[in-house]
Design a protein around this ligand. Structure first.
Ligand code: SAH
Ligand code: SF4
Length: 364
């Protein structure tokens, strides 16, 4: 099933309208329907959100768009560039809340960029190793705020560089904000707009089982799914990820077995390695048994330090040994290189307000 406006929650802001909703709006205003398509094109294909700049739109209609409040729902407060080329944008919202989004250039071709976006201000899931979780949930982000991060990212990159992949791995649990995220996914992948490939948009979740099922159904399994596993026995996982007390590993792995996928697709398993917590040979063996029969690729992320916790990553040699244990047993395993940690932009380090203790001078 392709999600149509009828299956989505209504848009929260003009920026989150789909072409057919713009067409309906144009007609409601007594304008021809194609004006609606033009407006969608300005916003999502050209990245122009200010009605004054929509040169082929008649003046009266531009005035109406202005009255309606069309414009950027978020803006860049500051921009921090890491030594490795990763850029962190601190994003401000109208009520003064802030989130972060990170632009990560591909190592072998920096013109191709992966953007990591946020879906909530804070997060309710409370994972003990994560700065977003420690802070709790402040509020949901709207559909427009979510999608505008990518419009902003593209604007900040300028000519010659483009966002090709989007990962919901910033602040927040995307499946805990399902309606806004679903609309954002439709907008990000819309052929008349940013036109990202669904396979290149990854939703990462700590394991909200019902919403994993829903995502699979709503998008025919075409959106790339990443699961934050982090432990392979219930008692261990519940100790670091409270969500596991609600949906245990059996429930979670059953949901993964049901997730509709094409033959060549694989679910990404994220595993943050924490010294003395989940990094033993027994854990490696347990992971292989747990994931038996599920098409996966495993990303090992040596834990990035956060100030609220004394948990730390194992030594590099230990990380490699853990990878070898898994590979030997037939899993395909990658060690995710930490990017942007000098500007506190690495996984799990995104927190409220972003004015990180370790950040460098803002660029603007
Ligand atoms: N809420 C979602 C997506 C955001 S986090 C989720 O949990 O999946 C993106 C990834 O970074 C997740 O796999 C998360 O578990 C991991 N992560 C969180 N804190 C981390 C830390 N301190 N070091 C390394 N990875 C971390
Ligand atoms: Fe939330 Fe994900 Fe952090 Fe857990 S790891 S607290 S789900 S953002």
């Amino acid at each position: 099933m392709k999600l149509s406006p009828d299956h989505l929650a209504p848009p929260s802001h003009p920026v989150a309208r789909l072409p057919e909703e713009w067409v309906a709006k144009a007609k409601e205003w007594g304008e021809p329907g194609y004006r609606g398509e033009q407006i969608f094109d300005w916003i999502h294909r050209q990245g122009i959100l200010d009605p004054a700049e929509m040169s082929n739109v008649p003046k009266a209609l531009r005035a109406r768009l202005e009255d309606e409040g069309l414009g950027w729902p978020i803006d860049v407060v500051s921009r921090h560039t890491s030594d490795d080329g990763t850029e962190k944008l601190l994003v401000g919202m109208p009520d003064g809340e802030r989130v972060e989004t990170v632009l990560i250039p591909q190592l072998d071709d920096p013109s191709i960029v992966t953007q990591c976006i946020s879906s909530q201000v804070g997060c309710a899931m409370g994972c003990v190793f994560c700065a977003s979780g420690v802070a709790g949930l402040k509020r949901q982000m709207s559909d427009a705020e979510i999608v505008a991060q990518v419009l902003l990212g593209r604007r900040e990159l300028g000519e010659g560089r483009r966002v090709r992949n989007v990962v919901f791995m910033g602040m927040g649990e995307p499946l805990h904000n399902y309606d806004a995220v679903a609309r954002a996914l439709v907008l990000l992948t819309h052929p008349g707009g940013l036109d990202l490939s669904k396979r290149r948009v990854t939703v990462s979740t700590s394991g909200l089982v019902k919403q994993i099922d829903r995502l699979g159904k709503d998008f025919d399994g075409q959106v790339q799914l990443a699961i934050s596993l982090h432990a392979v026995r219930d008692e261990d996982r519940s100790a670091i990820m409270p969500i596991n007390r609600k949906h245990d590993l059996a429930e979670l792995t059953n949901a993964l077995r049901r997730y509709p996928m094409s033959k060549r697709q694989r679910i990404t398993i994220e595993y943050t390695l924490i010294r003395g917590v989940n990094d033993s040979p027994r854990d490696a063996k347990g992971m292989v048994e747990l994931l038996e029969g599920i098409p996966v690729k495993v990303n090992l992320i040596p834990m990035n330090p956060i100030s609220a916790s004394s948990l730390r990553a194992p030594d590099t040699s230990h990380v490699t040994r853990f990878q070898d244990e898994l590979t030997r047993r037939g899993l395909s395993v990658f060690i995710r290189k930490t990017r942007g940690d000098d500007v506190a932009a690495a996984c799990g380090q995104l927190a409220f307000h972003g004015e990180s203790r370790r950040s460098k001078q803002p660029v603007n």
